[in-house]
Design a protein around this ligand. Structure first.
Ligand SMILES: Cc1cc2nc3c(=O)[nH]c(=O)nc-3n(C[C@H](O)[C@H](O)[C@H](O)COP(=O)(O)OP(=O)(O)OC[C@H]3O[C@@H](n4cnc5c(N)ncnc54)[C@H](O)[C@@H]3O)c2cc1C
Ligand code: SF4
Length: 489
């Protein structure tokens, strides 16, 4: 049962009022354990989650949403010794062979929940380091690498083996894995390739996709960066590439986007910070041609656009409205979409695709058109979010267990009471929403230090007490704890 609006908005169904209430009582280890019942990546999500929970928070009807992500950040910062969650050992399950392809949040989460059921899945990861986009694309100033490494280590400590440098389609095939006895396979391979602009002149030196730019920097530790960099696109990759280019010494960084700011898919706080760091937004602008001299990019020819009729995505379609102009550039980074080239990775197995061209799965179990093959995360949805990949990994773990045993044993899905004190008759706490402090802009140049700074305990507890406990009385246990507090038991 979903007990509160924040919880129903969370793709992973984390018991949000529960962990907030535990933080308010300084019971940090219990709070973190409760979070990891449904989402192993508490520390990662405390940095990068799009927090749809806050968009739905009922506290907004009084003043402003509870700062759920910031409370989570404080909670995870209190963990000293890495805790593993409850594992139900099962010798029969431990003998079943399960392969997971891709060590991104979807694959790692699938492994995490399978391990909790006593399975010993093996993960095959193409790169040398697990984490997927968390380490290949999202910049370290938003998500420090040790934060990812710690939660990956937790999953390894649960008995999951991660084999790195092993790419499906290059080093092995699904048919070979089946021949080696793997009974179920999960595909968590993401949407790893950037799409092209499809405008004249783009095949010249200095034009590349933003994902390759970010991946090269994050994986190799260095990447060529121009002085005048133009980024095309309005999503996370565009903003992350822009802020990375600024940190690597670009003098002028311009993000060109064909709609208005409100329509930008990137996280609003990231856009604001990008602007504060010196990134220029060129909105309502469409690129029409890459200009070059002697095979090297020198600029991007653009036209101004206006927003016209609504398209099928519910957004207004841009249409040309004015004279073409040129933005000088010695580097253009394209961030207009991501794809999955399934034919190259899986040439041997026929798989049904969904309307967006990604892998089609059963929405409840993650099962593909092959009954032994499951998929989830960006490989199914197209570019989405960490928490959606986490949710998909969990669903597939439950689906795989069902395939192998004929039953569902997902004990973490059972509603558990959280014994905390709450007085439903008390006035809501009058404190306002507070945000995490940020590293001053002048201290962000030329480094990848984390921008969001930790909270003190007093701020975190004050914020946690703003929660209205919308779950009150909807889960066994909350009622009893209130009576206990009132001295009636
Ligand atoms: C620049 C950028 C910024 C983002 N910022 C945010 C953010 O702030 N918040 C948020 O929630 N989401 C963000 N996202 C989206 C988020 O990172 C993804 O939705 C999420 O990582 C998807 O998880 P996944 O496990 O499905 O795929 P991925 O994270 O892409 O992981 C797939 C894994 O599979 C591996 N792999 C691929 N092909 C093979 C193969 N053939 N064989 C073996 N292994 C393979 C890859 O190396 C990778 O490790 C961002 C994405 C990008 C690109
Ligand atoms: S007030 Fe608390 S329980 Fe209610 S939606 Fe907000 S965070 Fe969730």
């Amino acid at each position: 049962m979903v007990a509160a609006p924040c919880e129903s908005a969370c793709p992973a169904n984390v018991d949000i009022p529960g962990f907030i209430a535990l933080v308010a009582e300084k019971r940090y280890a219990e709070a973190l354990r409760l979070h990891r019942e449904r989402n192993p990546f508490a520390a990662v999500c405390s940095r990068v989650c799009f927090h749809t929970c806050e968009d739905k928070c009922r506290r907004s009807t009084i003043d402003a949403p509870v700062a759920i992500r910031a409370i989570k950040r404080f909670m995870v910062d209190q963990e000293i010794t890495l805790q593993v969650p409850e594992i139900r050992e099962d010798p029969k399950n431990a003998k079943r062979k399960i392969a997971i392809i891709g060590a991104g949040p979807a694959g790692l989460t699938c492994a995490y929940f399978l391990a909790r059921l006593g399975y010993r899945p093996e993960i095959f990861e193409a790169e040398q380091r697990p984490g997927g986009m968390l380490v290949q694309a999202i910049p370290a100033y938003r998500l420090p690498r040790e934060v990812v490494a710690r939660e990956v280590r937790m999953i390894e400590q649960m008995g999951v083996e991660i084999i790195t440098g092993a790419a499906l389609g290059r080093d092995f095939t699904l048919t070979e894995l089946r021949a080696r006895g793997y009974e179920a396979i999960f595909l968590g391979i993401g949407a790893p390739e950037g799409t092209r602009l499809n405008i004249p002149g783009e095949d010249v030196q200095g034009v590349e996709d933003a994902l390759t730019f970010l991946r090269t920097y994050n994986v190799r530790g260095s990447v060529p960066v121009g002085k005048r960099v133009v980024i095309v696109g309005g999503g996370n990759s565009a903003i992350d590439a822009a802020r990375t280019a600024i940190r690597l010494g670009a003098e002028m960084v311009t993000v060109v986007y064909r709609r208005n700011r409100e329509a930008m898919p990137a996280y609003e706080e990231e856009i604001t910070e990008a602007e504060a760091e010196g990134v220029r937004l060129q909105l309502l602008t469409a690129p029409v041609e890459v200009l070059s001299e002697a095979g090297q990019v020198v600029g991007l020819k653009c036209v101004p656009v206006q927003l016209g009729e609504f398209d099928r995505s519910g957004r207004r379609r841009p249409k040309e409205a004015g004279e073409a102009f040129c933005i000088p550039a010695d580097q253009i980074l394209v961030a207009v979409g991501q794809i999955l080239n399934l034919e190259r990775i899986i040439p041997d197995i026929e798989l049904r695709r969904n309307a967006r061209g990604f892998i089609d799965v059963d929405p409840v179990t993650g099962q593909t058109s092959q009954r032994w093959l499951f998929a989830g995360g960006d490989a199914v949805t197209g570019p989405a979010s960490v928490v959606e990949a986490v949710a998909a990994g969990e669903r597939a773990a439950v689906g795989i267990d069902l395939l192998l045993t004929g039953q569902m044993h997902a004990f973490w899905r059972e509603t558990k009471p959280v014994e905390t004190s709450f007085d439903p008759d008390a006035e809501p706490e009058a404190t306002p929403r507070e945000m995490l402090r940020l590293l001053p802009v002048e201290r962000r140049r030329h480094n990848f230090d984390e921008v969001e700074l930790p909270w003190s305990e007093s701020i975190a507890i004050r914020q946690a007490r703003r929660c209205l406990r919308c779950d009150y009385g909807k889960r066994n246990g909350t009622q009893e704890s209130v009576l206990h507090q009132a001295g009636e038991l």
